[in-house]
Design a protein around this ligand. Structure first.
Ligand code: PEP
Ligand code: MN
Length: 339
């Protein structure tokens, strides 16, 4: 449940509510808004605390709202204001559409620098690139690992762009944090609960991709692991789900993006590259994402897509990317942060 403190409630009164909730075995999360403070009581087993209403009513409490959603901290019930996640000065979830772009995999210093310079010149905000790659086949290119992270960090430094890269395992969290500004949890790892628990304990921003077969509720509950662990810097990413349709790599759940923005205060971006798997439809999918109110897009770019070591068919060339950026600019001004 959510305890909404009365306007002007003192720090002592807020502390009293927190102590009473904790005394009953609940985690109390205090959110200080511009006008009012709320205290969310989260039960270890997900239940709202029973029988506390009368106790709390004695303090300077305006009202008590029971949780309707199983994802409590991610829910808009807790926070009407939209969360804005900062990644080294880039604000995701504000009035601008954030563009993350770069190669699927970091392949070499040359390949990465060509892309990094091109996407910077075209106006991208964040550089992406995979160093630890979750590949379906064990025989496919698995990424350059730590060497790739170092190349990515150097490209970020040269261009001034923050970098986002995937972390696949609890064991790699430290090293990925050392060389990047945002940690990506890939679609295949959305329900890797030990990884989510570990990332709940860091302060680095996390990009949480939707699992290929995850419902919106499962996706938000995965985000809940991060929030409940104490990491409030969470951005969601719709990257297509698996359906009966096989013409494209996945099915981009655009209405789901609009719905998830009704349900959560967290920023939501769209990855049209993995959602479609096909270069020709990516610009349309990116424009559509902006039109439904996504807070950003993530796009794969390669200087020579036909030679890419992963995801070539969905890579935009540097020139395609620059054209798409011009196109997307007309949607930026129209972006609304409301559901
Ligand atoms: C990626 O971003 O390169 C990637 C592997 O994405 P996903 O986890 O969405 O498949
Ligand atoms: Mn990829």
């Amino acid at each position: 449940m959510i305890v909404v403190m009365a306007r002007g409630a003192s720090e002592d009164e807020i502390r009293l509510v927190v102590e009473r909730l904790e005394g009953c075995g609940f985690q109390a999360v205090v959110s200080r808004g511009a006008v009012q403070t709320t205290v969310e009581a989260v039960g270890a087993d997900g239940r709202a605390p029973a029988g506390l209403e009368s106790l709390l009513a004695s303090g300077n409490v305006e009202r008590i709202i029971p949780f309707a959603e199983p994802f409590k901290l991610a829910s808009r019930q807790v926070r009407q204001d939209r969360t804005v996640v900062g990644v080294k000065g880039v604000r995701i979830g504000g009035p601008r559409l954030t563009v993350m772009a770069g190669p699927c995999s970091v392949e070499s210093r040359e390949q990465l620098l060509i892309v990094a310079r091109a996407v910077t010149a075209a106006g991208a905000d964040i550089l992406r690139g995979g160093a630890f790659k979750p590949r379906t086949s064990p025989y496919d290119f698995q990424g350059l690992g730590v060497e790739g992270l170092k190349l990515l960090a150097a490209a970020g430094e040269e261009t001034g762009l923050p970098v986002v890269t995937e972390v696949m395992s609890v064991d790699d969290v430290e090293v990925v944090m050392e060389f990047s500004d945002m940690l990506q949890v890939g679609a295949r790892n959305m329900q890797n609960f030990p990884l989510l628990r570990r990332l709940g304990k860091v302060s680095a921003p996390v990009l949480l991709k939707r699992g290929p077969s995850a419902t919106i509720k499962e996706w938000l509950l995965a985000a809940e692991y991060l929030l409940a662990g104490g990491n409030a810097n969470v951005v969601l990413c719709e990257r297509g789900i698996r359906t009966f349709e096989t013409e494209l790599r996945n099915t981009l759940d655009l209405a789901g993006v609009a719905r998830v923005k009704e349900l959560t205060h967290l920023p939501v971006i769209v990855d049209p590259s993995h959602a479609t798997g096909r270069r020709s439809v990516i610009p349309a999918a990116a424009r559509a994402a902006a039109a439904v109110g996504a807070d950003g897009v993530m796009l794969e770019v390669h200087p020579e897509p036909e030679r890419a070591l992963s995801d070539g068919p969905q890579a935009l060339t540097c020139e395609d990317f620059a054209l798409l950026m011009q196109d997307l600019r007309s949607y930026w001004s129209g972006k609304s942060t409301d559901a």
